[in-house]
Ligand binder design. Structure first.
Ligand SMILES: [Zn+2]
Ligand SMILES: [Zn+2]
Ligand SMILES: [Zn+2]
Length: 105
């Protein structure tokens, strides 16, 4: 089941939060609708803390959730490799869980 949630990258405004192209350009994550779909069950993205923005500083959507702020996640087991942070030692997404912070055993 897909759940419709507010686009985290643009905070539901539908506008590009960084005005990369122009002030009226559409958010590339939600295509300007302000809403995105994530399959249930879903969890707040641990990699970007639900902001939808890439925590590495680049003005691009989070590489773990694609800018939605939430990930489809069926497991409640914290990833043993990143201990649930979603990050690897080099600051990129954990190679085991892909940045979700959880995975199946
Ligand atoms: Zn958006
Ligand atoms: Zn994210
Ligand atoms: Zn991990």
């Amino acid at each position: 089941m897909a759940k419709i949630i507010k686009c985290a990258f643009c905070s539901g405004t539908g506008k590009d939060p960084f005005d990369l192209l122009s002030a009226i350009s559409h958010c590339l994550v939600c295509n300007g609708t302000g809403q995105v779909e994530v399959d249930e069950p879903l969890k707040k993205c641990v990699f970007c803390s639900g902001t939808g923005k890439n925590p590495l500083g680049a003005r691009v959507p989070c590489i773990a959730c694609g800018g939605k702020g939430y990930n489809h996640c069926e497991s409640n087991l914290k990833c043993t490799q990143c201990r649930g942070t979603g990050k690897s030692s080099d600051g990129l997404t954990c190679t085991r869980c892909g940045g979700k912070g959880f995975n199946k055993q």
